[in-house]
Design a protein around this ligand. Structure first.
Ligand code: GUN
Length: 281
């Protein structure tokens, strides 16, 4: 029987720690808001945005909501970001991705002040992460490091195989695991012998975005499996990139979906917001 890594419980612990920190900052007059911008009304994005605003309310951080029409022009969005960059009350700016096709995601990310980039997506923060300097870390990979550490799973010296090379998860995950002294392999859709490579992993991180793709024959006995995927199966039930029922009996620890990585992303966003209010970045 695998140890089920409880992301809901660990994220709650982190949020409770942050609530205390935010209160201490407030008592010293240090406050600030998170500006949350959504363009269009994609239902999945609306759920994420709502969860982010609820987390702010829980921690005691003000959130400012900008719900923009899907027809919003890139210039209008950039103008709003510039206004928020110049507003001293705003300590964090989050633009929910994906954006409508007519808007250049990179231009938007680069317009956000690196000091307010609580998603950790700005090239300046990405660069700082690459060379191990201070900066905002991207929330999902940082949350996975916390899941492992707080579950007392050793990382140093382990072989970590990451499936997926996105800018939001796969690539930064590789850098953070390297920072923790893992030996890292990044795989992707063109990787040859994917099963064999995955079977070498002590820690397997599935972020490929394909429902229940990772079956028992991708996994070494006793490995730790982290599932970043979130999908709906044919019965409309939430599932991940990993076929949980088949993989769980084989491994030493695994994250469930839901209740694994998902809640950690928001906890780490709150962590970045509190750091920004504290003036650490
Ligand atoms: N879309 C999917 N994940 C994320 C995230 O971590 N931040 C933002 N802003 N958008 C996302």
């Amino acid at each position: 029987m695998a140890y089920i890594i409880d992301g809901k419980k660990i994220s709650q612990e982190i949020k409770d720690e942050l609530k205390v920190q935010a209160e201490a900052l407030r008592s010293k007059g240090m406050v600030g808001a998170l500006a949350v911008i959504q363009v269009g009304d994609d239902p999945a994005s609306s759920v994420y945005v709502r969860n982010k605003k609820n987390a702010c309310a829980y921690i005691g951080i003000e959130s400012l909501s900008y719900e923009l029409k899907s027809s919003t022009t890139q210039q209008e969005l950039l103008d709003l970001i510039r206004k928020l960059n110049g507003d001293d009350c705003v300590k964090g700016i989050l633009v929910q991705l994906p954006l409508p096709e007519h808007i250049d995601e990179n231009a938007v990310i680069q317009a956000i002040s690196p000091q307010k980039d609580v998603d950790g997506f700005h090239p300046e923060n990405v660069g700082a992460m690459v060379i191990g300097q201070e900066g905002f870390l991207p929330c999902t990979p940082a949350g996975i490091i916390q899941l492992l550490k707080r579950s007392k799973i050793e990382i140093a010296g382990k072989h970590c195989v990451i499936i997926g090379r996105s800018n939001i998860v796969g690539k930064p995950m590789a850098l953070l695991m390297l920072r923790e002294h893992a030996t890292v392999t990044v795989t992707h859709s063109k990787t040859r012998n994917l099963k064999e490579v995955c079977k070498e992993a002590d820690i397997l991180i599935a972020a490929l975005g394909k429902p229940q793709f990772i079956t028992a024959d991708y996994v070494k006995e006793g490995a730790v499996v982290i599932d970043v995927g979130i999908h709906r199966d044919a019965q409309n039930k939430l599932c991940g990139d990993v076929k949980f029922d088949e993989v769980e009996p084989l491994v030493s620890a695994i994250t469930p979906v839901p209740g694994g990585v998902g809640p950690m992303t928001i906890a780490m966003l709150m962590h970045n917001c509190v750091e920004s209010i504290a003036g650490k970045e």
